[in-house]
Design a protein around this ligand. Structure first.
Ligand code: NAD
Length: 338
């Protein structure tokens, strides 16, 4: 039922339980996902068992909930030192440049997204850690079937972000087959959340729209009104990441790149849903050609049948429940400007 991020007890875990009492490291922990994944992991496994890390400081208030380390993932010694010092057994590797930022800074994106993952996998190999890698709908490209995009299909992305995600999926497969490393991953869709702002992706509009609706009752969207993309509310994403890392690895055929989705929606559909709660909400459009081109190269809706079959994935949040919850949470936190 929507309204909760609770998941089943950790008894069936493999990657996490299999590492005994060893700790969990989250890289890129100060970002949109990490700001909520770290508290979720700490609630589940204990505050001291989860080490947050990033190149930037965590948001105010989060720093003292448990250990935080400065780790720049392009420096293997920094990763190595923290993994050894904290006896890390599982790494959630979130550090990356997102799609729009990567398109503006492709060289840095390659270094951080590929170089960072390679170094994390190397440290994991040396220390016997399980690794979670978040791929993306950006790992597909213009040649991929747009509707009900299959789990195994054409992947020829046209963006630097997508290239690093496909290569990342393959690199994780390689470390699993070549070195027996327990690598697992999801192709996440755009994530809607209300704790930390998104970090420069093509689906940022689906978060901004809620903040602007609550504050100003209007939003100018950078994508065309009919641009349909897969989306997921953060509680579903956190549950998917944790459930995948806990499931018995013997169940998994597609280890590193499971399609997952909760809903497929466009700006005009989300605006209409927001208007059910805020009838005076207005949306207009100033299309950003860079982000529109990225969105146009991505699928419209994923087939997540492999995740459902292999480890029991099932989304709990849809458009109506996500919209209601986002507005309630933000209304409580933000003062409307009028
Ligand atoms: N948010 C989404 O909608 C979405 C969708 C699909 C996949 N993903 C993937 O999930 C992961 C996390 O995404 P997010 O939305 O939290 O991103 P974000 O941009 O909000 O956060 C990324 C974090 O990585 C940190 N970082 C950047 N370079 C680093 C480095 N060299 N070393 C250590 N940390 C570094 C940043 O400071 C930032 O806090 C990324 O791999 C992203 O590609 C996100």
């Amino acid at each position: 039922m929507p309204g909760t991020t609770r998941i089943a007890p950790a008894f069936g875990s493999n990657a996490v339980r299999g590492s005994g009492m060893r700790r969990i490291l989250v890289t890129g922990a100060s970002g949109q996902i990490g700001s909520e994944l770290v508290p979720a992991l700490r609630t589940r496994y204990g505050a001291l068992r989860v080490v947050a890390s990033d190149v930037r400081l965590p948001p105010a208030g989060a720093a003292h909930d448990g250990p935080f380390e400065h780790v720049d993932c392009v420096h293997i010694r920094e990763i190595e030192a923290v993994v050894a010092r904290h006896d890390v057994g599982t790494i959630y590797h979130l550090a990356a440049l997102l799609s729009a930022v990567a398109e503006e800074r492709p060289r840095v994106a390659w270094e951080v997204n590929m170089g960072g993952l390679y170094r994390v996998l190397e440290v994991a190999r040396q220390h016997g850690c399980a690794v979670f890698f978040p791929s993306s709908i950006g790992a597909f490209g213009p040649g991929t079937p747009r509707m009900a995009t299959p789990q195994d299909t054409i992947q020829r992305p046209s963006t630097m972000y997508g290239i690093t995600k496909v290569a990342g999926e393959l690199l994780c497969d390689y470390y699993a087959s070549r070195f027996g490393l327990d690598t697992r991953g999801l192709r996440l869709p755009g994530l809607i959340s209300h704790v930390a702002l998104p970090g420069g992706g093509t689906t940022d509009w689906a978060v901004e729209i809620f903040y602007q609706a609550v504050r100003y009752r209007r939003y100018t969207c950078f994508l065309r009104p009919d641009t349909q993309l897969d989306m997921m509310y953060m509680p579903d994403a956190l549950r998917a990441m944790i459930e995948l890392m806990e499931v018995d690895g013997a169940c998994l055929a597609h280890r590193n790149a499971f399609n997952v989705t909760s809903m497929s929606l466009s700006p005009e559909q989300l605006a209409e849903e927001i208007r059910r709660h805020l009838p005076d909400f207005a949306i207009d459009y100033e299309v950003d050609p860079l982000r529109q081109a990225i969105a146009d190269s991505w699928p419209r809706s994923l087939d997540d049948g492999a995740a459902r079959k292999e480890w029991g994935w099932s989304p709990r949040w849809g458009l109506a429940s996500t919209t209601r919850d986002m507005l309630e949470k933000l209304e409580a936190r933000l003062r409307p400007a009028h």
